[in-house]
Design a protein around this ligand. Structure first.
Ligand code: CS2
Ligand code: MG
Length: 408
């Protein structure tokens, strides 16, 4: 078999997605997700200008060799743009291989290690009553684990509550405004640290001790602040505290770890094993969070999970709405196959997104299953995709109350 064409499709059925389609001379096509929220077109150019021409003529079965030649052959390694581009190629090639075998991808990854994939959903509220309603809504949808985020008294906009990022099609002027520049949000760490324990107390009082609860601190704390917070909220028995510090300082997690038994999850912005090396080697975290889409694909993420397993660290693949259903499908196949699966983030998609990306994966009773269609089980409706053109949108920027830029 030979690759005869590689094309990049950008579509925005609610938010921007970048998809690589690989066509072979056997008539089999493969899809890969290359969506990098807020920097989408950089990956489009990387793929169109520098990768697609190299793919034509290659044997699509040679996934490892193609991965290594894109990674090592570029000379310039790692980074989110490069790794999202390589991920798209990797997933598209796995899709082709599994279709050629007539099997769902998870069968090529060792087969199912479980019947279904447990997910967690997002509950958000401007205040505690609104959050409790949101938790009830997630439970009514079937979720059996919930991430809880609220506004902080005195702050206008907080991560998870006002996203400021989604493009709402048909919202006219608001959509135009978002093209100009990122929304600015405000932040006050001391107010947050005072508020969060009261939120968890209210949620536990309402929903009892058994519901798995998660919380995302979105890289906003220093190691000392995170250590203090982790210790203080131990009594609420979180499933995890996510991204408590900007973890490119891997050593910082040692301080957090030494002071708390609250489980720690990190890594959605990481794109290489080397970002995790100290965290995994020294068992400073409990869950690795990378998305298939941002980590170079199924091939390297499988290697990370297998390595993490030797330290009893589990998977928790990043699954926000800004990973396309193609990246999500690849994740679900991996989740089903690996032994050290922890949990899968899933927040669903707009109806339009489900129409553009028709998929075999199902969500039922808080659990995902990849389905048994050959390949990753996603088909892209290119005509419909073209009806939803790219619309510039950025993640918010965070500023302290004196105007200093802070981590978002
Ligand atoms: C998040 C994301 O899902 C998560 O845990 O932290 O929503 C993140 O903010 C976005 O993926 C950024 O693009
Ligand atoms: Mg997160």
């Amino acid at each position: 078999m030979k690759i005869v064409d590689a094309q990049v499709v950008v579509t925005s059925p609610g938010r921007n997605f970048v998809t690589l389609t690989i066509t072979t001379d056997a008539g089999i096509t493969g899809l890969g997700d290359a969506t990098l929220n807020g920097r989408e077109l950089a990956v489009v150019s990387y793929l169109r200008d520098h990768v697609a021409p190299l793919l034509v003529g290659l044997d699509p079965h040679r996934i490892e060799d193609t991965w290594q030649s894109l990674y090592r052959g570029a000379y310039w390694r790692r980074g989110p743009v490069t790794m999202a581009a390589i991920a798209a190629v990797d997933v598209a090639l796995w899709d082709v291989k599994a279709k050629a075998a007539g099997l769902p991808l998870y069968q090529l990854l060792g087969g199912a290690s479980r019947e279904r994939v447990r997910t967690y959903g997002h509950a958000n509220g401007r205040d505690v009553p609104e959050l409790l309603d949101s938790v009830r809504a997630r439970l009514a949808e079937g979720y059996q684990a919930v991430r809880v985020q609220t506004g902080v008294p005195g702050l206008q906009a907080v991560y998870g509550v006002h996203s400021g990022t989604a493009i709402a099609p048909d919202d006219g002027d608001a959509r135009q405004d978002q093209r100009a520049r990122p929304v600015v949000e405000d932040w006050d760490t001391a107010a947050y640290l005072r508020h969060l324990p009261t939120v968890l107390e209210a949620v536990r009082n309402e929903f009892g001790p058994a519901l798995p609860l998660l919380h995302d601190a979105h890289h906003r704390l220093t190691p000392q602040q995170a250590a203090r917070l982790g210790k203080e909220i131990e009594r609420y028995d979180l499933f995890w505290l996510e991204d408590c510090t900007p973890a490119e300082n891997q050593q910082g997690l040692r301080l957090v770890r030494e002071h708390t038994t609250t489980p720690l999850a990190i890594g959605e912005v990481f794109n290489s094993f080397y970002d995790y090396q100290t965290l995994v080697d020294d068992q400073l975290i409990d869950y690795v969070r990378s998305a298939v889409t941002h980590f170079g694909g199924v091939t390297p993420l499988r290697k990370l999970f297998d390595y993490a397993a030797t330290r009893q660290i589990k998977s928790a693949i990043h699954g926000p709405e800004d990973v396309s259903p193609v990246g999500m499908a690849a994740a679900i196949h991996l989740d089903l196959a690996i032994h050290n699966f922890g949990i899968q983030e899933y927040s669903g998609y707009t109806d339009r997104t489900h129409e553009v990306f028709r998929h075999a994966f199902t969500f039922d009773d808080g659990h995902l299953h990849p389905g048994d269609a050959p390949g990753i089980g996603v088909e892209l409706d290119e005509e419909l995709a073209a009806a939803h053109p790219y619309a510039p949108a950025y993640l918010p920027v965070n500023r302290l109350q004196d105007g200093t830029v802070h981590d978002w």
